[in-house]
Design a binder for this molecule. Structure first.
Ligand code: PHE
Length: 342
């Protein structure tokens, strides 16, 4: 019996030395220590032993079981460590290999120019308002004091949505003046309303049937032309540099009185005249004026108490000056080679 135990110990320790994984380990545990295992088989024969032999053999059997159990545990730990090492080796990454560069996009130059303008006006307390591109003729023309027979209402200039010409694609952001006054009702009103506008223009280097404007409107007590001039100078100097020279030139719009157009002195020739300003020395930037009393009255604001100014800036034009783009079409073509320059 003693030899049998010794044989089991030898075989078990040997076999465990060669176990390759957890499953083999488990099979060996069952083979040697399980209910029907080899050691149990020997213990079952203990009954045949004499009373003196029994405790000696019992002790010997326990020693063998302890030796096998210890070896099992050692092997289990060794296998676990081996598996971990193998996994670490397999999953090694070389952190020194240069990565694939991530291609980051950026904002479209139009959005950049728009965001710059928004920032400037937000800093002056303006709120940003958006409104519909499909607009009522009433808002786009009539309530802006634009006469029934005004040429801008012509079908050759305006995209009408309905045959009765009551609904159209807005030709300017100025209807937002009416919407702002309707919505806010009570001055002070300080609103900036950027958005798309549509006119029946052929596409060329300076025209597109769809373009963007930024409408500005301020209504309060005691607003004068001086406020208009000051506000627009802040914008133009922030956009084109503090040394910019600004000119206000008389003009006519049905919804402002008096009206003006605002030019900036050509930064290329400093007013002498060059191809960039078409020999003018000045570059036209926007239309503006004091809100016509009838327009205020149309919106329920008493022109005897309140006054206001409004302006409309062509955003493409502004972006083209700002980024020295000489063809309007490039702004809409989405050619990456062009866009990635800004
Ligand atoms: N809406 C005018 C245009 O499109 C510009 C403008 C806006 C003029 C506000 C005066 C006041 O030309």
């Amino acid at each position: 019996m003693k030899e049998q135990l010794e044989k089991i110990r030898q075989e078990a320790l040997d076999a465990l030395d060669h176990a390759g994984d957890a499953a083999e380990l488990d099979a060996l545990r069952v083979r040697f220590l399980g209910k029907k295992g080899e050691l149990t088989g020997v213990l079952k024969m203990m009954g045949k032993l004499s009373a003196e032999e029994r405790p000696v053999m019992g002790q010997a059997a326990n020693n063998v079981r302890a030796a096998i159990e210890e070896k099992l545990e050692q092997t289990r730990l060794a296998l676990k460590e081996k598996a971990l090492q193998a996994r670490l080796a397999a999953e090694t990454i070389d952190v020194t290999i240069p990565g694939e560069p991530v291609k980051l996009g950026h904002r479209h130059p139009m959005n950049k120019a728009l965001d710059e303008a928004k920032e400037i006006f937000i800093s002056m307390g303006f709120q940003i308002l958006e409104g519909p591109e499909v607009e009522l003729a009433d808002y786009n023309f009539t309530r802006l004091n634009i006469a029934e027979n005004h040429p801008s209402r012509d079908r050759s200039d305006t995209f009408y949505i309905t045959d009765d010409e009551s609904v159209l694609l807005r030709t300017q952001t100025s209807p937002m003046q009416i919407r702002a006054m309707e919505q806010i009702k009570q001055p002070p009103i300080r609103v900036l309303a950027p958005g798309r506008v549509y006119r029946k223009d052929e596409v060329d280097a300076t025209h597109s049937p769809m373009f963007h404007q930024i409408e500005g409107l301020v209504v309060d007590k005691g607003i004068t032309m001086a406020d208009l001039k000051g506000t627009l100078e802040v914008l133009i100097k922030a956009m084109y540099g503090q040394e910019s020279v600004v000119r206000f030139r008389p003009h006519h719009f049905p919804f402002t009185e008096p009206s003006c157009e605002v030019d900036v002195q050509c930064f290329n020739c400093k007013g002498a005249g060059c191809p960039m300003c078409k020999g003018e020395g000045w570059i036209e930037l926007l239309g503006a004026g004091m809100v016509h009393p009838d327009v205020l009255a149309n919106c329920g604001i008493d022109p005897d108490i309140y006054s206001g100014f409004a302006f409309g800036i062509g955003l493409e034009r502004m972006a083209m000056r700002r980024f020295k783009i000489n063809d309007l079409r490039m702004i809409f073509e989405n050619d990456i080679r062009f866009l990635s320059q800004f």
